[in-house]
Design a protein around this ligand. Structure first.
Ligand SMILES: Cc1ncc(COP(=O)(O)O)c(C=O)c1O
Length: 305
């Protein structure tokens, strides 16, 4: 393990323009269109007990996202993978949050044509991030359905391309705080459930586990939860989920690389089911963490190399 008092990388390591630097020394060019225009895509991978979880799935999603928004990454898939692994190795972190960002790049003076730019890559590893702390997950978290904030429509920003257009998600967070809650679920303009700041949503309604089919990021944790449900004999449907059905749900949980499978205890101030994590949620949550040591889905970082 690294010592934060002696090792400048112990709080995290970034890769910026070909160099590995301590996280607090990492800088990006202020004119990068990723910063000034949110013109980018990114991905976040979890490292748990020294192992990357579903790294290949995250790379697939990152590269598919680049293609959809016409970004040509400046490095190959193999190089990006190696850079991500190296940020973790240098940090020494066993439980890490590893982000990789591909931006459109830095324009020449006065240049406004995105086709003329060369994409840039950034990557970093920092200590693992929890949307909801594990202690609170044991009891279940509190959420609201946002009333004043809708998710940005897919015809404006494609939610399957992981992005920094968080204006609606942050606005929803403030709405949750104003209503004495912790997290918002955002509806779309047709009254369907979408997602929230950094997570997908699942609800057990009439004994069937459901998660929205469209208008959402195809989360890797979502994918894992769907697979676990199917393997465990839980009836699972990926389909439109009207907001109204959430109020009939006996269990609700959120999924994210930043925190895993997160039980919801209260919706708009009222208990969901018994007001504690339900059996389907707990089973999927336990299995999710077990899979982090499964060599089919995880790969070890060689910290000694
Ligand atoms: C908007 C949004 N939805 C869903 C998710 C969950 O995706 P994953 O499980 O791949 O972390 C994220 C992750 O950051 C997100 O930003």
């Amino acid at each position: 393990m690294t010592d934060p008092t002696t090792d400048p990388f112990a709080e995290g390591c970034a890769w910026i323009e070909g160099e590995y630097v301590p996280i607090h020394e990492a800088r990006i060019p202020i004119l990068d269109t990723g910063f000034v225009r949110s013109d980018l895509t990114y991905d976040v991978v979890g490292v748990w007990q020294g192992r990357f979880f579903r790294l290949e799935d995250h790379l697939d999603r990152l590269l598919a996202g680049c293609q959809r928004i016409r970004l040509i990454p400046p490095r190959s898939r193999e190089e990006i993978r190696a850079i991500m692994i190296e940020t973790v190795r240098r940090s020494g972190l066993r439980d890490a949050y590893v982000e990789v960002v591909v931006t459109r790049g830095v324009p020449g003076q006065g240049e406004r044509d995105p086709r003329k730019l060369s994409a840039r890559l950034y990557a970093y590893a920092i200590p693992y991030v929890w949307i909801v702390r594990p202690e609170l997950q044991e009891r279940g978290t509190d959420v609201i359905v946002a009333r004043d904030t809708r998710r940005i429509p897919p015809g404006s920003v494609d939610p399957t391309v992981k992005n920094f257009h968080w204006g609606d998600l942050v606005r929803g967070l403030f709405e949750a705080y104003d209503r004495d809650s912790l997290l918002p679920i955002l509806p779309d303009g047709d009254g369907l459930v979408t997602e929230g700041p950094g997570f997908n949503v699942f609800a057990l309604v009439d004994g069937v586990l459901r998660t929205p089919a469209r208008g959402v990021l195809h989360g890797i944790t979502r994918k894992t939860a769907i697979e676990i449900a199917e393997e465990s004999g839980v009836e699972m449907r990926v389909e439109d989920l009207p907001v109204g059905s959430l109020y009939r749900a006996t269990e609700i949980f959120l999924t994210s690389t930043a925190g895993g499978v997160i039980p919801v205890a209260h919706l708009d101030g009222a208990p969901v089911g018994t007001g504690a994590p339900g059996p389907v949620t707990s089973k999927i949550r336990d299995r999710y963490w077990e899979l982090h040591t499964d060599p089919r889905l995880s790969e070890a970082v060689d910290y000694d190399s």
